[in-house]
Design a protein around this ligand. Sequence first.
Ligand code: CA
Length: 640
Amino acid sequence: MFFRRSSLVIPALALAAGSAFAQAPRTKVDDLALRNAAQSKGEEWLSYGFTPQETRYSPLTQINASNVSRLGLAWSYEVGPGGGGQEATPLVHNGVIFSTTQWSVVFAVDARTGKEKWRWDPEVNQTALRSKICCGVVQRGIAMYDGKIIAPSIDGRLFALDEETGKPVWESRVAYPQDNYTLTMAPRVAKGKVIIGVSGAEYPVRGFIAAFDAKTGQQSWKFYTVPGPGDKDPGLIKAAATWPKNIIGGGGATVWDAISYDPELELVYIGTGNAGPWSEDTRMSKGFDLLYAASIVAVDVNTGLYKWHFQNVPGDEWDFDSVQHLLQADVTIKGVKRKVLMQANKNGFLYTIDRTNGKFVRAIPFAKVNWALGLDESTGRPILNPNAKYSETESVNITPGPGGAHNWSPMSFNPNLGLLYVSGQSGGGFTYAVQPNFQFNPQGQNMGIVFGRGPAPAPAKPAVGAPAAAGENVSPEVAAARAAAAAAAAAAPPAPAPAAAKLREPLAAIGPEKDGGFLMAYDAATGQERWRVPGGSAIGGGTFATASNLVFQATGGKLYAYSADKGEKLLEIATGVPGQMAPPITYMVDGKQYVAIQIGNGPPPPPANGAPAPPPNPNAPPAMKPRLLVYALDGTAKLP
Ligand code: CA
């Protein structure tokens, strides 16, 4: 699998690791190791989704259906100060766990013991950056290549750190926060290139992905998701006809989560965010499809040029980012072996797309959907509910809301069973109305909709920092925008409220009857749901599957395991750490299998510049700092 080069054995480091076990020869992660992860023994977790196909399916079998109930905490590691949710997928290589925190602080700890090996802090100017972060201070991961940890910094920088020491090897620049961009996603290494996208489609930005030489940090290419002046890519020249002449604020369509890669086809798959502003009235785009926003796009890894696209929601008005997990599988559908991509979209449909050409194969509503009556059977284009559009005078409650039926919680796929596992959320909605007298803000968020002013059943505007009301399905950007609106309202003299828009009658919905969070197993070959259990979230946590007929799920502060074929619950552990859960992973070192997960928001750090701290809430439980929790069979460790 890996090139085992004896010259890379470093005895001093073997001693420093302090293990009683003989050290395996140290290896460097290369294209072959990344490409063949599915054929490995599964001891290491080398890239964001375990494989370039983003399968999150581990070949490990030591933890199985008969013993998984014995899983207990083996050790834990405090990942650093709080003040943001943990969202990173840790990587494992050479007996070391590598990961990153919400402020992009990278750490390396012994995978057996949690003993810290190194930490590296990009020293983000947190005070200066906060107003440019739309949806929480978060970072979803790192990449690994050629003895280096590839670490994005939320402020737009990209670093390569020496895997052994944590010292920077090169530094590059993906984007500038002055231009309203931030970085929150995990990069992907494909054919020696580091590929990464940007966040912030609610800001005036033009979405893109960029590729950097993994050895030097030099930019190789950049692919914009929205047409602009001077375009040379024929795909973008074609897309220009689908936008109005004046694209407000860059167009949006940022790529802030999924990137998967097919090493045989040499195609990079990306999902793109919403067009900005959200409502077509404010962006003056009635009747335009807005390519390549709210789309799945394939780009040539060598050139960065457009290959094909599938647009999930033409002319989207409901924040249906299509950045969700793009999971590749080879499945036989109606007797034909097909190379497909599967995506459980924010919009409530689970899509199967031919990844060689972008052609629609099939879709099902996996959660309640009322914005569309269905999809065109041959093209997959939505058949819109004519009442799903909104204006200044007419508002409508739409499900799924901007939080999505499925957001960035990773899925997983068991190739032996042919089952895809999706953690999501059905029901709940969000009331949309166009913001009257919309003023474009070149330095801030521009949604062009009204928050918390819709008539019943829209919930009352929550207080700053309050969680979403029951039954409400909002995204972090909505929560953040509400907080900003509430803060601005508190600071400004009261203005006369504009007349509320008239709420339309509730729209009929398609999809499952039952509301709430769930974990579902979807048969990729037949297109049928195989099983569904309650409990699950669209944002955070997520799943991995193993070859021992298990699927693990992290949600609501708990770690679960189910039988992969039938969905029988075999494990439920309360982690004891409150706050945001990151995706779980598994690995094996010295013959022992572990399950690891990063979790927690923790107390915010003390205010900078001597600013007064907010008054403490006497009813709040003592905040626990975010941690990396590592479980093993018969683990007996306690949280401090
Ligand atoms: Ca969005």
